[in-house]
Every structure is written in C-alpha cells, then in structure tokens.
Design a protein around this ligand. Structure first.
Ligand SMILES: Cc1cc2nc3c(=O)[nH]c(=O)nc-3n(C[C@H](O)[C@H](O)[C@H](O)COP(=O)(O)O)c2cc1C
Length: 315
C-alpha cells in the first residue's frame, strides 16, 4: 500500500503504534514494525537514557525494519532522551505534550524524521510551520489525553488534511479495517493506534487489562478530569466493577507497594488501583490477538470494505 506516510517512514502499511506510557516497550514496537507498521518505543516513563537504549536494542534484536520513539514532554526534562535517539539514529521521533521546539534541530541534523502529535488543529498548523514531517491529529475518541477542543476525527481530519500540506495521521478509536478506511477516506494518510495494540499477545500489559478491553464496550470509555493529569479517557469505574464481578480474573500480583497506580493497573493487573486508559474503540475489540493478526485483519477488512464502497457507487 502507498501513501505519503508509508513513503516517508519506509513502511508497508500506514499504521503506527501510538506512544503508550509504560506499555510502549521494545517487544510491542518490534512486533508492529515487523508486521509492516511503525512501532514506537515510549520514552515517557522510562527512567533513564540507558533504559531507553535497552528498549531500542531490544527492537533492533527483533526486527531490521524502521521504528521510532515517542517522547512525551511535560513530565520532566527529556533532553537525555533526545540525545539517546540521536545517538541511536532511530528512524523517527514522535513528540507529544509540550512544545518540542528546542530539541528539533538535533533531530533534523541527525536526519531523524519528526512527527508531532497535535491535540488541536492550531497545534498541527504550528508543527507544520516548525518543520514537522507529518502530524498526528488526536480526536476526542482517543485513549489517553484527547486534547482540549472536544473535536471528533470526523470533524478534524477532513479540515486538517485539506489545509495542512504535510501528511496527516489520524488517532482515536481506530481498531479495525472499517475505521482505518474511514480515516483514509477523510484525508488521513495513516493512522496511529493505541488501545487495539494493548489487547495483543506482545503487549506487556497484564492479562486482566487485556481481558477487560476485550470485554468492555464503547460506552465504557469515558473522560475523567484529573487534578494533575488533565482529561483522560479510561474505563468507567462501574464497568470495571461489573467486569470483576462477572469474571474470574488472575489475582493481581502487587510486586511493589511504592509502584504508582498506572503500574499497579497495567503491570500487576490491579484494575481498580487506577485508571485503565483506553479509547472508544472498545466496542470493536473482542479478542486478544497477535500484532500480526491485528494488522493483517485491518488490511484485509479495509480492502473488503473498499470494494463494498465501490459497489455502492456502481449503483
Ligand atoms: C494506555 C495509554 C497510554 C498512552 N500514553 C501516551 C503517551 O505516553 N504519550 C502519547 O503521546 N500518547 C499516549 N497515548 C495516546 C496514544 O498514543 C494514541 O494517540 C491513542 O491511544 C489513540 O487512540 P486509541 O487508543 O483509541 O487507539 C496513550 C494511550 C493509551 C491507551
């Protein structure tokens, strides 16, 4: 398949593993790249430059295909992570959160592609002006922080793709061939996926989290207003309780009393300890698959849906 995103990144399919706090590890990133998409290691929650280097080394031991690193700004000084990606010469860096301006010259000098994750249209325009190679537009449907404007992809992508000249990548609730095709029909040239890739065999998340995702519905992914973390889309508490009551989960294994809530949820499977961050695509995720199966299913369903659309036009 060919879009400006596949050409830019040197990948087979325009499918990107979104940066995911703690979950975006080398094994998952490598699996996405190996299956034809672009895997991203998430630097945000790694403790040091050495930890990031170890994840990058892991990716390189599992695939020779292109991959990147997501660096979320705003948690702490990320300078050492930018130094690490330049040193490792990864193919692409996806920035999110705060303005990454001061780090961009190092990326450009090293020949590393720079893609910015924009929470609003204004941010996307600004990233284009700053020299981004592509931009990810995050819709209100997305898991994690969906941006302040409450705008759906249906409204943002057709507008952004007709005004912004660099390729636009859509993120939010894309889980299967139909939503992938819809994003492309609206003008996106690629998609960034988070939640669907959590419910895969290669994701490090605890099986309780994966099973909750496969069980829950689109109405279960709601917005929480957090004091320090802004707005976050995650599974509503009542759904977590309903799920727990109806299943025999593997008992959570608290390994570390000092672990933060995010780690207790995603590593230890204690799904009541904090927010299970997910997008509204929950309603179309019904099983835990390999990354390869997820990507191949998306592609075959998209081709089939495209043929069906063509037949509508033939009258
Ligand atoms: C558990 C989880 C953690 C996330 N952490 C980050 C992050 O650290 N940095 C970032 O840029 N985006 C983060 N995101 C957003 C994703 O990169 C992506 O844009 C989003 O998941 C797309 O929506 P979807 O989950 O509906 O596919 C996270 C999403 C999830 C589900």
């Amino acid at each position: 398949m060919r879009t400006r995103v596949t050409e830019l990144l040197g990948i087979k399919y325009p499918i990107i593993l979104g940066g995911m706090h703690w979950l975006g590890r080398g094994r998952l990133a490598a699996a996405v790249s190996e299956a034809g998409g672009l895997g991203l290691v998430s630097a945000g929650t790694l403790g040091s430059r050495d930890e990031l280097q170890a994840e990058i080394d892991l990716v390189r031991s599992l695939t020779t295909k292109p991959f990147g690193v997501n660096i979320s700004l705003g948690y702490r000084d990320m300078g050492e992570f930018f130094e690490a990606v330049v040193h490792a010469k990864v193919d692409a860096v996806f920035t999110s959160g705060r303005n990454p301006e001061k780090y961009i010259p190092q990326l450009k000098d090293a020949g590393i592609l720079w893609v910015h994750v924009a929470p609003t249209f204004r941010h996307a325009l600004k990233a284009e002006k700053m020299g981004a190679d592509a931009v990810v537009m995050v819709g209100i449907e997305a898991g994690g922080h969906p941006g302040p404007d409450d705008v759906t992809l249906m409204a943002s992508i057709p507008k952004a793709s007709s005004i912004i000249k660099i390729p636009v990548i859509a993120a939010g609730s894309i889980t299967n061939g139909k939503s992938f095709l819809a994003a492309l029909a609206m003008g996106a040239e690629g998609v960034q996926i988070g939640t669907r890739f959590i419910a895969t065999e290669e994701c490090i998340a605890h099986s309780n989290v994966k099973e909750l995702i496969a069980w829950a519905d689109e109405t279960d992914a709601v917005l929480f207003n957090l004091k320090n973390g802004g707005r976050t889309r995650a599974v509503k508490k009542e759904a977590v309780e309903r799920f727990k009551a109806g299943t025999s989960l593997t008992s959570a294994t608290a390994k570390d009393d000092n672990a933060n809530d995010f780690v207790k949820v995603f590593r230890d499977g204690d799904i009541e300890a904090g927010l299970v961050i997910v997008g509204q695509g929950l309603g179309t995720i019904n099983e835990i698959l390999t990354v390869h199966e997820v990507i191949e299913n998306i592609m075959s369903e998209a081709r089939e849906s495209n043929r069906e659309l063509d037949s509508f036009f033939e009258g």
